[in-house]
Design a protein around this ligand. Sequence first.
Ligand code: DAT
Ligand code: MG
Length: 140
Amino acid sequence: MALQRTFSIIKPDATRRNLTGAINAKLEEAGLRIVAQKRIHLSKAQAEAFYAVHKERPFFAELTEFMSSAPIVAQVLEGEDAIAKNREVMGATNPADAAPGTIRKEFALSIGENSVHGSDGPDTAATEIAYFFSGLEIVG
Ligand code: DAT
Ligand code: MG
């Protein structure tokens, strides 16, 4: 597997509890390099556009309210097999199902307030990175 990039978000439940550094430590320990990072507060419309793929799901309103409720930290992570590696260190969507040592097992509050987002494949990684960052902001 070649060097790959993925998109990550530290979500509002985690920024509220001052967990940015603790989560970044987990990412770096897993061998992921943070090659771009910014703290921003999404509007509801921006959260809806980012999660448009989920717009028919019953939790869409709750999800986009939550994602626009406080600042997030948007990131580009780089490493060998970065997309799968990040999904592994994140843990399962529902923290009750997440493996020990994963970010969601240690920090998530619920299936909705689950501390981190990570791209699920190469196409979504490219789209999500481009939604938040210009090429000049990514420094490998
Ligand atoms: P993931 O974030 O693990 O990729 P997903 O893409 O299926 O999970 O869903 C996106 C987010 O939507 C997820 O991180 C939290 C929220 N979500 C998913 N399922 C939910 C549910 N059953 N109830 C409330 N929120 C949910
Ligand atoms: Mg997903």
